[in-house]
Design a protein around this ligand. Structure first.
Ligand SMILES: [Mg+2]
Length: 302
């Protein structure tokens, strides 16, 4: 039981660490990173967003919005989560993805929306953006749904899909969300990583070769690229620290790929597997730790 709670905390805090570590390197190429930092191994802040030490971005903010929505309304958290998203978007965050910006600003303009209205707004945004809603913006925030509902797989998958669909219309996103949630859930429950990843390589709804050399991994914000890169880096390493260091130093969408990697790696290595020097500097560490504890003991009728 204690181990499962540690893995629950590890997954949620892992998202924040991956975000904070990667955000310094967002939009850089791996060669630029090598030239400027050698190897980036510390939570330093700075970067494109000029972040403070240990500051996190939209990836963690939206993850917290999901976690709070679940905790306040565990029987059906979707609209509570949507309200948290609009409140966050209204706060003019430094970093917000294009699709989330389009959808949440429109949702806020309309006032209180039903779930059907959210889906309509997300579909419209998909077409407005030139059918570009297959980004990783709903994948990066999905971990709390796994942590709150892993005891009921069908409920977990259905909620994960509904929360994703609030902003991301593209059908490949839904496939990727279900796949990642299932993977993290299995790791959490079984306490195995590399063997679970080998099975996941067979089951992936996209091409996946976990032996791909890291210099051939794509660091775009496309949801499929994010999963290919995150899973491969976790597979090719043997600690939370090495997985996260490897993935963020590839650059590109480093904060979001870091967050997705951190969620998976944290679900296996647990909070005690996260280097204390990272944890100490993470601004939202207490909040994430408390939210993880509340998600772990959530009660819902299933
Ligand atoms: Mg970000």
């Amino acid at each position: 039981m204690e181990a499962l709670l540690a893995r629950t905390r590890g997954a949620l805090i892992g998202v924040g660490i991956g975000d904070a570590l990667g955000a310094t390197l967002e939009f850089m190429t791996k060669d630029e990173i090598k030239y400027k930092y050698g190897l980036h191994t510390e939570l330093t802040g700075g970067g494109y967003w000029d972040l403070a030490l240990g500051e996190v971005t939209d990836d963690t903010a939206m993850t917290i919005a999901v976690a709070r929505g679940i905790i306040s309304m565990p029987e059906d958290p979707v609209l509570s989560i949507a309200n948290n998203f609009t409140a966050w978007a209204k706060s003019k965050p430094k970093d917000i993805g294009n699709i989330c910006k389009l959808v949440l600003e429109e949702g806020h303009r309309r006032g209180t929306c039903s779930e059907a209205e959210w889906l309509e707004i997300a579909e419209t945004a998909h077409f407005w953006s030139g059918k570009r809603s297959a980004g990783n913006g709903s994948l990066m925030r999905t971990i709390p749904i796994v942590l709150g509902y892993f005891r009921d797989r069908d409920l977990m998958l259905s909620l994960a899909q509904r929360v994703s669909a609030l902003t991301h219309f593209d059908s490949i996103v839904e496939k990727c969300i279900r796949y990642y949630c299932d993977l993290v859930r299995t790791v959490l429950l079984e306490g195995n990583l590399h063997s679970v990843l080998l099975q996941a390589e067979q089951d992936a709804p996209f091409e996946l070769d976990l032996t791909t050399p890291s210099d051939q991994l794509n660091t775009s914000g496309y949801v499929v690229h994010t999963l290919q890169t995150a899973l491969t880096c976790v597979y090719q390493t043997n600690s939370f620290e090495s997985a996260l260091t490897k993935v963020v130093n590839l650059g590109g969408d480093a904060d979001t790929i870091g967050a997705v990697t951190g969620g998976l790696a944290g679900a296996y290595y647990g909070d005690y597997g996260i280097p204390s020097r990272w944890l100490e500097n993470l601004v939202v560490k207490d909040e994430l730790r408390e939210l993880a504890g509340n998600l772990y003991k959530i009660d819902y009728p299933s």
